[in-house]
Ligand binder design. Structure first.
Ligand code: AMP
Length: 212
């Protein structure tokens, strides 16, 4: 299953819920890249400039990282979050899956208007240690700047600054929206209004999974 949506639409939060309650393997290419950057691996150094500027990592690099993940996890119920983000990535994924006699079952769009994206992301904070996501407006931590779960320090991602958010939105509209047409043509696209809020979006996704 694939979760698509503009940055800040709540894909990461939904993916976490689905992982905890429905035992999906959650694979977020954004999280993978942030981890490689933190660890200063060769791929991390290569992708850092794209991630911090809000641009897209080149398709070949993304597909290589995803292929090595699939080599170990294909066949499990996988939830892709933030991948595929371009048509070549969607085609690349279909090709690898087809070689293993597998296919994407469903692509879910969690949609959100640009103004709401900017509002949500400028107040988003993340734990440096465990990656948990907070929002200063909707879901603040109990103690300012500290993670409720692990006591780690909360920080603002560089790509959550307003100018970068606008670039990320532009990238989403130009490069990722065509992916919706790709899955719609295969009759695999489902749409959910991200403005419904965390719990109702989750219920809706669970309903779609049940129906599938
Ligand atoms: P995310 O956490 O999904 O918002 O991703 C953060 C950043 O990682 C994006 O702005 C891109 O620079 C990079 N990234 C994550 N996933 C992809 C992907 N599938 N294709 C290209 N770049 C990606």
């Amino acid at each position: 299953m694939i979760l698509i949506g503009p940055p800040g639409s709540g894909k990461g939060t939904q993916a976490e819920l689905l992982r905890e309650k429905n035992s999906f393997v959650h694979y977020s290419t954004g999280e993978v890249f942030r981890d490689l950057i933190r660890r200063k691996t060769p791929v991390g150094l290569q992708v850092e400039k794209y991630v911090t500027s809000g641009g897209l990592v080149p398709d070949a690099v993304v597909l290589e990282v995803v292929n090595s993940f699939l080599a170990e996890n294909a066949g499990k119920p996988i939830l892709f979050d933030g991948f595929p983000r371009t048509i070549p990535q969607a085609e690349g994924l279909d090709k690898v899956l087809a070689a293993k006699d597998l296919a994407v079952d469903m692509a879910v769009l969690v949609d959100l208007a640009d103004e709401e994206v900017v509002k949500r992301l400028t107040s988003r904070r993340q734990c440096r240690k465990c990656g948990k996501i907070y929002n200063l407006t909707f879901k603040p931590p109990k103690v300012a700047g500290i993670c409720d779960d692990c006591g780690g320090e909360l920080y603002q991602r560089k790509d959550d600054m307003e100018a970068v958010i606008l670039d990320r939105l532009g990238t989403y509209h130009h490069q990722t929206e065509p992916v919706l047409g790709y899955y719609s043509a295969q009759a695999k696209l489902k749409k959910i209004d991200g403005a419904l809020g965390r719990d109702r979006v989750y219920e809706e996704i669970v309903r779609l999974i049940g129906a599938a």
